[in-house]
Design a protein around this ligand. Structure first.
Ligand code: GLY
Length: 385
């Protein structure tokens, strides 16, 4: 059976895109051997448009801010449509510095973020302790970002799968082996790992870091230069621990190393993350676990008492400029929604809106211009992975 669109990859990006396209009345199939088991599975769910704003990344910050604004509406609509609780809430983010070098780093970022007009304030260490009494004894400085939200990516993904099922979107548990091309060079579907050809009007490649491998076989495509950036995260369980209470996201720098703790309403505390230029081998290492716990307990020593419930390693889909690739690929019939690196959960609503606009109105909105995949066309012809 021919459908309008095949979405390759059914993590949070592919699933959100499929949902929005199905709302346009398009028939959609999503292909993924293990939907939601990639970067979505590891993600902590910080919607950190302010506290991930970095030097030289103004375009990315603008996208992040726009998607953070879209999140409350997206979450409300998805929660209503699915009947599921996404653990979406506005807790704000407290960011702390451990030593004097970290204080300098925090102040540099504070100036950057203020200069961009982002809502962030410097607060005293005493005020930081007022917000989070479990902060450790050695804190040198703090900033407070009251407006940042958080959610539980696994719940969001489950809700997306539920609404896709309700809308008749097929989710095929198949790996896509190749994109299929007409003799004139138009992408007209995909071939899965069982050799089955799925003929579609067009294809949206949303396969995270693996997008590169599928795209590189296409002649004339500038590329989908994604790469795996491995992250290890831990999950702790603070439920039933009356002495441990964390009310908001706590981030910090500990001797120049970033670390974060994300407390959820059900008592889960996600602690991360390593950032390694490594393949997606899914191996949790002793060193990675040690480093995360060492730095997290420097900020919140009370985590020592919590049961350690999960160790997870997955790769983020990195891109050369840390911006995602959203929109037309330059090959007829092929669109991209990939390369979201550290911001896949945050950018899901915006990415899905951009693709919906492309299919509905015929163009990707101007605000997504910086993420145009064709920016790599002149420079990337494939190369070592
Ligand atoms: N956005 C958090 C991370 O990628 O670790």
């Amino acid at each position: 059976m021919s459908v309008d669109v095949a979405v390759v990859g059914c993590g949070i990006i592919g699933a959100a895109v499929a949902w929005r396209l199905s709302q346009l009345g398009l028939t959609v199939v999503c292909l993924d051997p293990a939907p939601g088991d990639g970067a979505t599975y590891a993600a902590a769910g910080m919607l950190a448009d302010v506290t991930e704003a970095e030097f030289g990344e103004d375009h990315l910050t603008a996208l992040n801010v726009a998607s953070a604004r879209a999140w409350p509406g997206f979450a409300a609509e998805l929660s209503l449509a699915s009947g599921m609780d996404l653990a979406f809430r506005r807790t704000g983010t407290l960011t702390v510095a451990y030593d004097s070098g970290d204080r300098q780093q925090l102040r540099r970022l504070l100036e950057l973020r203020r200069g961009l007009g982002l809502p962030i304030e410097e607060i005293t260490v005493d005020d930081a302790r007022g917000l989070e009494p479990l902060l450790g004894p050695r804190i040198a400085a703090a900033t407070w970002t009251p407006d940042e939200h958080q959610t539980d990516p696994r719940r969001v993904h489950a809700a997306l799968l539920s609404v896709l099922a309700d809308r008749g979107v097929a989710v095929a548990h198949r790996r896509v082996a190749e994109l299929s091309l007409t003799p004139s060079g138009t992408v007209d579907g995909v071939v899965d790992d069982h050799g089955t050809r799925h003929r579609t009007g067009s294809v949206v490649l949303a396969a995270g870091w693996a997008s590169r491998e599928l795209a590189r076989a296409l002649p004339g495509l500038g590329g989908a230069p994604t790469r795996p950036v491995k992250g290890q995260v831990l999950r702790l369980d603070a439920s039933g621990q009356p002495g441990f209470s964390l009310g908001r996201v706590v981030r910090g720098f500990v001797q120049a190393r970033p670390v974060y703790l994300v407390p959820r309403p059900d008592g889960e505390v996600v602690v991360g993350a390593t950032s390694e230029e490594q393949p997606d081998d899914r191996r949790v290492t002793a060193g990675g676990t040690f480093a995360i716990l060492r730095d997290a307990r420097a900020l919140i020593p009370g985590i020592d008492e919590l049961p350690l419930t999960e160790l997870t390693a997955r790769a983020r889909p990195g891109s050369p400029d840390n911006l995602p690739l959203i929109g037309d690929s330059g090959i007829p019939g092929l669109l991209l929604a990939t390369g979201h690196y550290r911001n896949g959960i945050l950018l899901a609503p915006l990415t899905a809106s951009a693709l919906a606009a492309r299919y509905g109105a015929g163009t990707v909105p101007e605000w997504a211009a910086a993420a145009d995949p064709r920016r790599f066309a002149a420079t990337v012809t494939g190369g070592p992975t």
